[in-house]
Design a protein around this ligand. Sequence first.
Ligand code: ADP
Ligand code: MG
Length: 265
Amino acid sequence: MPKTKPLKRILHTMQRGQKPQIRVKRAKILGVFSCKGGVGKTTTAANLASFFASRLGKEVLVVDANLSAPNLGLHLGILEVENSIHDVLVGAVPAESAVHVHNSGLHVIPGSLAYEGDIPLIDFKASIEPLRQKYKLIILDSAPGLGTEAVAAIKACDHMLIVTNPEIPTIASTMKTFRAAERYRKPILGVVVNKVSGRKFEVPLSEVKRTLGWPVLMSVPEDLKVRESLTAGAPVINFAPKSAAARAFMELGERVWEKLGFKSR
Ligand SMILES: Nc1ncnc2c1ncn2[C@@H]1O[C@H](COP(=O)(O)OP(=O)(O)O)[C@@H](O)[C@H]1O
Ligand SMILES: [Mg+2]
């Protein structure tokens, strides 16, 4: 077929009674949640984003949806940005202007560590909707608990990934996140059990699976390389790719990739 302008090509195929091939990108939105803080949501979000960026390049975006204690930027070595998710939510800038291109190529909307104003109405769904046309996957790093911020992130996402630790209080509060998923009719992609040490006092993985009654996508070991990587400002899969935690996060990436229906390369 000769090189014609897109509209002409569409008219041409319509005249021949064929369906025009217009592909509009529509990102899947995956939220990372847990009721407790410190379980590894941001670590999981940053590593998954980096894994997906290695396959989808600039078609993946990770957004800090933890407005009270935003630290996704720190996990990625981003300290200061001109525009943040806070500026987007108060309507000061369009979402696209807050996208920061990390030196790894990953697209990120960080939070502002300095923001002290009120965020009267949190509507992540509406704020990030225009970005769905630009990306194939958007990952939201949620706040802990089930307050306004976390609920706004639940409403905005298409799938929930739930992070827990093998400890009784964390597992007990994870049940609350499951109930919230039910309440807002959001499908749960699976559970990540993070910081598994195998110590005697820890709840065994079999027990975690039985109690939660939900597929455990991945068990990630407790690994000092994760803490080191945070200090270095890089996801552990980049900082120490051969470490036990990095291997687990990469395997998690593979499973999430399959579960979200991305095609093999
Ligand atoms: N698998 C792991 N092994 C060791 N430390 C971890 C692991 N996962 C997370 N951490 C550490 O735990 C702390 C909290 O993790 P973070 O991802 O910020 O939790 P959350 O976002 O749920 O509050 C960080 O210091 C992080 O480096
Ligand atoms: Mg966090």
